[in-house]
Design a protein around this ligand. Structure first.
Ligand code: BGC
Ligand code: BGC
Length: 607
């Protein structure tokens, strides 16, 4: 018997001993806040997740290990009604293990696309895997393989590039880095969101992607081929629709293409309440999702309701038992492939609570990623900075690690200030460590009296995640689009997109004001932009002698200085075309596209 045959035989042997309720439990994934360990056993739950910003106790690795240890212990208890099947715990570790206190936070994907190096991506994924394992967790909802075609989309920063070339180039390396050889130092990867998430009209999150099939394949499906080749064990369905039909209920895309044609034999997990959008009637939505090919259901709060509905559908024959068995086979196959049954309890695993979590060695990989992600758009000789120069450091993002990290950084929507992301450094702190005469003055007022050779002004966007980051041009967004941030944010504020234009001087006039205030004093300004996407920054560029795009560099802001001071050269190149105007939507290769800076652009010192 080959390993594969042995595993399949084990799957069948388990399946045979499972009751229908236990099978349905395996297909159910509640959120940690809504389920206790004894319920994991009582309902034979297959997986639990942490949503963005959801953590146990004091949010230290030990708290996470203890939490998953308790879930695990409940899941493996055996009695007549319950076969022990270890639980798989999932998190959004999308730029490092970003939910956890003291974790290393890497640049968001948009910056890593500018670095565009599979070998670096592999090392980032390795470090991320080890930090996940330090918390006793086994599964991350990453990599995001979105090919973001419209910078108005709030998730643009989760995308490596507007072009499938770079996304395909990095996809396999990321999966390999996470899953490694599926040994003790591996975690399970999840390629997401299948498929067309980055192609929605006007960049509306959870919106509609209208494309001929050949274009869907060329632009959005292509990167999955690499992730699957690398062995990605799970895939997440996408909130968007394709030509009017939601992906969560799309049998052709989920079953015929992904599982059939592409031969994917792992499992498909739904997105957060993703099936809810299939029908106003929840019962109907459940049937549509299962029958289309979703195998595991991220049903954070209403998991009991989901279980009852699915059970009723099987009893009535609306959902065939063969479909249930197929889903459970896939889930068991992944658990066995990962060796979950043979791993000790989380508290006893070799990497749990490991001292490498948040270590300097891990941070060094993130610093390298920061250096290599920076893109130099303009330099009239203001860069590199001299260490002995009198440097004024200004701008609201200069000393703000929360802004540097963006969304999905301890908090789902990110944070403001230097408290939340522990063990980090700000861009200002890096400059201060390089130049003993540097002065911090966020509003630039120090320029009025002082003598400065040069100013570094760090400006940009506030953090955001998902639809709350959408920039929605009110006249264009199609009627009936999902409200920004719907499905997720409770309470008021729910329907507010980030802005109505990509013109930074309109959405953030305070930034241009600081740049101008300093430039008006005759001090050469080096602008560093902290943002999750290309923005229209024509006036800011004009007022600056040099202009650096730092994207969302993460916890290691200090590394920006390594390049500003010339210890390292700029090697980052735009993986997104840079727009001239809000209405532009240039993408590489588009007929008539006239970007301000083309895809692939980036200056260097050239030494
Ligand atoms: C996002 C996914 C994420 C999931 C769990 C959803 O809202 O779209 O990318 O993995 O939540 O947090
Ligand atoms: C997000 C989760 C988040 C939740 C907050 C979801 O849409 O994907 O990560 O925790 O909303 O309510």
């Amino acid at each position: 018997m080959t390993d594969h045959e042995r595993r399949e035989a084990r799957v069948e042997a388990l399946l045979e001993r499972m009751s229908l309720d236990q099978k349905i439990g395996q297909m159910t994934q509640p959120e940690r806040m809504y389920i206790a360990p004894d319920e994991v056993k009582a309902f034979a739950i297959g997986s639990v997740l942490s949503g963005g910003g959801s953590w146990p106790g004091k949010n230290l690795p030990a708290d996470w290990v203890a939490m998953n240890d308790a879930y695990w212990a409940a899941s493996v208890q055996e009695d007549e009604a319950h076969l022990g099947i270890p639980i798989l715990y999932g998190v959004d570790a999308i730029h490092g293990h970003n939910n956890v206190r003291g974790a290393v936070i890497f640049p968001h994907n948009i910056g890593l696309g500018a670095a565009n190096d599979p070998e670096l991506i592999r090392r980032i994924a390795r470090v991320t895997a080890l930090e996940i394992l330090a918390t006793g967790v086994e599964w991350t909802f990453a990599p995001t393989l979105a090919v973001a075609r419209n910078d108005h989309w709030g998730r643009t920063y989760e995308s490596w590039s507007e072009d499938p070339e770079i996304v395909s180039r990095l996809a396999g390396a990321f999966v390999e880095g996470l899953q490694h050889d599926l040994g003790t130092d591996a975690v399970v990867a999840c390629a997401k969101h299948w498929v067309g998430d980055g192609g929605t009209t006007c960049g509306v999150d959870q919106g509609e992607t209208t494309l001929p099939e050949s274009e869907l394949r060329r632009l959005h499906i292509a990167p999955y081929l690499e992730a699957l080749r690398a062995g990605a064990l799970t895939v997440m369905a996408s909130y968007n629709s394709w030509n009017g039909e939601k992906c969560h209920g799309h049998r052709y895309l989920l079953t015929d293409v992904l599982k059939g044609e592409l031969g994917f034999d792992g499992f498909v997990v739904s997105d957060w309440d993703g099936i809810d959008q299939l029908d106003d009637n929840y019962s109907e939505a459940v049937a549509l999702g299962v029958n289309a090919g979703v195998d595991m259901f991220m049903v954070p709060e209403k998991w009991r309701h989901f279980i009852a509905e699915l059970r009723a559908h099987v009893d009535s024959g609306r959902v065939p038992i063969e479909r249930i068995d197929d889903a459970v086979r896939r889930i068991l196959r992944v658990k066995l492939a990962y060796g979950l049954f043979d791993r000790p309890r989380p508290a006893e695993r070799p990497w749990s609570n490991h001292s490498s979590f948040g270590s300097d060695a891990h941070r060094e990989v993130a610093r390298e990623a920061v250096r290599r992600s920076l893109v130099l758009l303009k330099n009239d000789g203001a860069l590199p900075l001299r260490r002995e120069a009198r440097i004024l450091v200004a701008g609201k993002s200069a000393h703000n690690v929360g802004f540097q990290c963006g969304g999905f950084s301890v908090d789902w929507q990110g944070s403001d200030g230097n408290q939340r992301v522990e063990g980090s450094s700000s861009i200002w702190e890096g400059i201060r460590d390089h130049a003993f005469q540097a002065v911090l003055s966020p509003d630039g007022s120090a320029a009025d009296g002082g003598n400065f050779d040069v100013a570094v002004v760090v400006v940009g966007e506030r953090p955001y995640a998902e639809g709350l980051g959408d920039v929605r041009r009110s006249k264009e967004v199609p009627r009936g689009s999902m409200a920004a941030g719907a499905a997720g944010v409770p309470g008021p504020g729910k329907l507010q997109p980030y802005a109505a234009t990509l013109e930074h001087a309109v959405s953030h006039p305070e930034d241009l004001a600081v740049i101008q205030r300093i430039a008006d004093r005759g001090i050469p300004v080096v602008t560093v932009l902290v943002s999750g996407r290309p923005l229209v920054v024509n006036p800011e560029l004009d007022a600056s002698r040099a202009f650096v795009v730092a994207w969302l560099p993460g916890s290691e802001g200090c590394a920006v200085s390594d390049v500003l001071f010339g210890d390292h050269d700029f090697t980052g190149r735009l993986s997104f075309s840079w727009p001239r105007a809000d209405a532009d939507n240039p993408n590489r290769g588009d007929a008539g596209a006239d970007p301000l800076f083309p895809y692939g652009f980036g200056l260097s010192y050239g030494r």
